[in-house]
Write a protein that binds this ligand. Structure first.
Ligand code: PLI
Length: 459
C-alpha cells in the first residue's frame, strides 16, 4: 500500500486507452526487426511506454474543451492571444514567438544569437539544442557541476552551473566569444536534475559582470520549481507559480518545448526581452514555422497549451507528478538497482555502466539494456548515453559521456502507481539476470541525431 510520501492521483479517469502485452516470442521478433532501437518499435507492440514524456501527456477535460474553441484563422487567432498572454504572465518576458515544438525555438535562437565560432556553454547538453547550436557555428562547452556526472553522490541541485567552469571559459576565450549561457531547468540528460535559485542568481551576477546573455531551456521548469520549493531554504511557502516567475527573472529569454511541462501533445515557444532579437526571430519564424501568430501550431493546440500551462503550476498536480516518479525510483533503490540518485523530475534513469559492468562502452550498454527491458517486459525506455551523445562534429570521434543511462520516462497523468509497480518488478527481475545482456554494434548509423533511427545487431 502507498505510504504518506506518495500522494494519490489528483484526478479521476474519464477516458481510457486499453494497453496490451504481446507474447515474448513476438517481442523477440519485433525488437530484432527494430534493430534493437526502441524508437523503431510500433507503439501497439509496447505494453507500458516510458520512451518519453514528450507529447505523451494526458490532457484534462478543460484542455479537450479548449480544443473545441480552436480559432484556425491564418493570422491573429484568438487562441494565440490567449497563449501569448499566459506565457507572458507565467514567465515575465517581453516577447513571445510561437514554434511547432522546442527544437523550432532552438533553431530560431541559434540562428539569431550565435555568431560562428562563439561558445554556447550549458549545464550539460541536450541533443537537439546542441545540434542547432553547432549547426550555426556554436561551440558547446559543458559547465555543469561535477556531481551531475556522478550517479551515486547526493546533491539537492545536481543541475547547477559550476561558476568556476564558466569563469574559466570567460578567461580562456573572452566574454565577447560567448554567445549566451544556455541554462536548462531541469537538466534532462543528467536525470531531470534541478537548478537552485541561488545558482541562477549567481550565474546572472557573473554574466552581468561581462555582459553575457542567459537563455533558459525551460522545457521542464515547473518540475524544477517543485524541487526549489521542496529543497531550497525560503521557498517552502511560495507558490509554484511565484517560483517559476522568479526563476525566469534571472534570464534574458528562454526556449520551451510545450510537450513536457506544458502538458500538451505539440507546441513550443521562444521568449526574449531584447527588441532586436525579437524582430529577427519574427522574420525567421515565418520561414521555418509559420505566421508569428501560430508558429506551426493549430489554434486548438494553442488553446490546449495555454490551459496546460495554467494547470502545470497547480500545487497538487506538480506534487503528484514529481512524487510518482520518485516512487518508482525509491522501489528500485530499495532493491539495489543502480539508478541516478536522487531521482529527478520526469524520469528514473538506470545506470547502465553499473547495471551491465560486463559490457564495454563501445558495446552500447544502455542501448542493450533498453532493448532487453523491452524484451523481458514490454516496457519501452530510451538510451541516454554514448549513442545519444553522437560524434564530435570536427573529429568524427564518438563523444564518450560519463553517464551511460537508460531513461524510464513517466508521461504526465497517464500511468498509475500500479504501472510503476509493474515496471519496477520488470527492472528488478532483469537486474537479477543482467549477465545475459549482450552488447550491440551498429548496422546503420545516421549522421545526425543518430539515436532516433540507428539500427544495431547483437554481438
Ligand atoms: O522535442 P521538442 O522539439 O519539442 O523539444 C526539444 C527539447 C529541448 N530541450 C529539452 C530539455 C528536451 O528534453 C527536448 C526534447 N526532449 C525529448 C523529445 C525527450 O524525449 O526528452
Amino acid at each position: 500500500m502507498l505510504d504518506d510520501r506518495y500522494p494519490a492521483e489528483p484526478f479521476r479517469i474519464k477516458s481510457v486507452e486499453p494497453v496490451r502485452m504481446i507474447d515474448r516470442e513476438t517481442r523477440e521478433k519485433v525488437i530484432k526487426e527494430a534493430g534493437y532501437n526502441t524508437f523503431l518499435l510500433k507503439s501497439e507492440d509496447v505494453y507500458i511506454d516510458l520512451l518519453t514524456d514528450s507529447g505523451t501527456n494526458a490532457m484534462s477535460d478543460r484542455q479537450w474543451a479548449g480544443m473545441m474553441i480552436g480559432d484556425e484563422a491564418y493570422a491573429g487567432s484568438k487562441n494565440w492571444l490567449h497563449l501569448e498572454s499566459t506565457i507572458k504572465e507565467m514567465f515575465g518576458f517581453k516577447h513571445v514567438i510561437p514554434t511547432h515544438q522546442g527544437r523550432g525555438a532552438e533553431n530560431l535562437l541559434s540562428r539569431t544569437a550565435i555568431k560562428p565560432g562563439q561558445y554556447t556553454p550549458g549545464n550539460m547538453y541536450f541533443t537537439t539544442t546542441r545540434y542547432h547550436q553547432e549547426a550555426n557555428g556554436g561551440i558547446f562547452r559543458d559547465i555543469v557541476i561535477d556531481e551531475a556526472h556522478d550517479t551515486i553522490v547526493y546533491h539537492p541541485f545536481k543541475g547547477n552551473i559550476d561558476l568556476n567552469k564558466l569563469q574559466a571559459l570567460i578567461d580562456e576565450v573572452g566574454a565577447s566569444q560567448i554567445a549566451y549561457v544556455c541554462l536548462a531547468v531541469t537538466v534532462n540528460l543528467a536525470g531531470g536534475q534541478p537548478v537552485s535559485i541561488e545558482n541562477m542568481k549567481a550565474v546572472r551576477k557573473l554574466c552581468d559582470k561581462y555582459g553575457i546573455k542567459i537563455y533558459y531551456d525551460t522545457t521542464r521548469c515547473v518540475e524544477n520549481a517543485y524541487f526549489i520549493k521542496e529543497r531550497e531554504e525560503g521557498y517552502a511557502n511560495k507558490s509554484i507559480a511565484e517560483i517559476v516567475r522568479e526563476m525566469h527573472s534571472f534570464a534574458d529569454g528562454c526556449t520551451m518545448s510545450g510537450k513536457k511541462d506544458g502538458i500538451t501533445n505539440i507546441g513550443g515557444f521562444l521568449c526574449m526581452n531584447d527588441d532586436d532579437l525579437f524582430v529577427q526571430a519574427r522574420e525567421l519564424v515565418v520561414v521555418y514555422e509559420g505566421m508569428p501568430s501560430y508558429g506551426g501550431m493549430t489554434g486548438r493546440d494553442m488553446e490546449a497549451f495555454a490551459i496546460g500551462l495554467k494547470e502545470s503550476v497547480q500545487e497538487e498536480y506538480i506534487e503528484h507528478r514529481v512524487k510518482q516518479v520518485r516512487y518508482l525510483g525509491d522501489l528500485l533503490i530499495a532493491a539495489g538497482v543502480p539508478i541516478m540518485e536522487p531521482p529527478g523530475g520526469h524520469a528514473v534513469f538506470l545506470d547502465a555502466k553499473r547495471f551491465c559492468p560486463h559490457l564495454a562502452h563501445e558495446e552500447f550498454p544502455a542501448q542493450a539494456l533498453a532493448a532487453n527491458l523491452y524484451l523481458e517486459s514490454g516496457v519501452r525506455s530510451m538510451e541516454r548515453g554514448i549513442v545519444s551523445a553522437g560524434r564530435d562534429i570536427k573529429t568524427g570521434k564518438n563523444h564518450a559521456p560519463k553517464l551511460e543511462l537508460v531513461r524510464l520516462t513517466i508521461p504526465r497523468r497517464v500511468y498509475t502507481y500500479a504501472h510503476m509497480d509493474v515496471v519496477a518488478k520488470a527492472v528488478i527481475s532483469l537486474y537479477k539476470n543482467r549477465d545475459k545482456i549482450r552488447g550491440l554494434r551498429f548496422v546503420y548509423e545516421p549522421k545526425q541525431l543518430r539515436f532516433f533511427t540507428a539500427r544495431f545487431e547483437e554481438i
